[in-house]
Write a protein that binds this ligand. Sequence first.
Ligand SMILES: [Zn+2]
Length: 507
Amino acid sequence: MQRRFFLKTASTAAIAALATRKSWPVSAPRIAFGGIGIESSTYSHIRARMEDFTILRGDQATGDQRFAFLKKYSVPFMPTLVATAVPGGPIASETYAQIKAEFLERLKAFLPLDGLYLPMHGAMFVEGMQDAEGDWYESARKLVGPNCLMSASYDLHGNISKRVIDNLDMLSAFRTAPHIDREETMLRTTDMLVHCIEDKIRPTLMWASVPVLMPGERSSTEWNPGKRLWAQLPELNKTPGVLDVSMLVGYVWADEPRSAASVVITGTNPKNEKKIALNLATQYWGARKEFDFGTEVCTLEECVRKAMEAKTQPAILADSGDNPTGGGNGDQATVLETLLKAKAQNVVFAGIADRPATEAAYKAGVGASVPLSIGATLDPLASKPVKVQAKIVFLLDEKNPARREAVVQIDGVTLVLSAYRRPYHDIADFTRLGLQPKSFKIIVVKSGYLSPELAPIANPSLMALTDGAINQDIVHLPANRYRKPSYPFVPDLSFSPEVYISERSRS
Ligand SMILES: [Zn+2]
């Protein structure tokens, strides 16, 4: 069996065993890794700054659980830095410049390099800049030179550009949404890289852009057409001369020319790669009108009414426009206001990012009843606060004021306040605050499609089409200036797919 075929079909354990056995006869190749990952809504008024990023430097990156799989290779992956942040608004330009400068400085210290692995997201937006990932790769490429192979792992909501393709040699994106294949994707990316360095292959990277932009909530791989489209990828990946087949939804809340769906193929057989790229792009375009929400969607008022009237429980109501895992601010209190107005009972709402209200809760202490202004602290322009009388019921034992969380009771609503932007999508996010989500009639979360832990308990699941930085009513998004014509923004658009071959593959 050819090694290439083996790599595509083998289990993780088998690949690891092979990688460990492999010896490098002359001198071991030099591979570095590092990158930056954030999903940035250009419709958000807030900026991602240095304090919003978690930055793993040097050995911290190697020691992190996410990169434990790199130890399976006999060749060491030398760590630069890995910067990640909760999705949100654009990155402040000085923050991006600072992180990039440090990344390049650390990269420079490892030169010369045979390979560079870039764990990325793909939907980063930097103030005053278009195509931020393209900028990151181009800067890295200038430093590592033309002979170093660069391989990037992507979220399936990443956007692609010519500059991205021209600077990379390989790319692999998640094949699931919700994303449950992070490690497999990273492994595909690093397997390709190690394999190509070892066999001295410079693969051909191909890209077919598809002018379709769907929110993730309409393009999950859990239901059709996403399920059907992505299910083909593992089989297509077995085609001779194909190292990776990736298909990306793109990120709709970025007003950029590169925002679109994409098919990206890495391989050594351009003819086969082109055939697959055209085939998948044609299928994706053909399915554009099929994309739809996988759950019941309604206006906020309707969702609240349906949740209150439901004969089953817990009804899970998703505040979709303000979902921090998609780029929403997470600070809006509109749903809280509607629940209170409707006198909803037995509700847990997790949660609203509001540092002043969280601090006021800590100051008052458990058992106290205090007046609070809740919401709109991060972006006072996008929504309004709600004034309430709240009883403090729980305070997380946390010394750092920036990481604190409080639980307060307002009439029939048990509300979680957090000092920082964060999701509550896992059961443990509730239980660590002394809350049993299943014991409530209604659970409110800031989410789009529900997470793998919440979806199975939702009875029923209701997605409220709320306003926010990631409003699901995409065709009415304001400031749609830079995006190229795409469906559904241009409903009668005509399209026939074309393949773009990276500059490096042509040279
Ligand atoms: Zn994603």
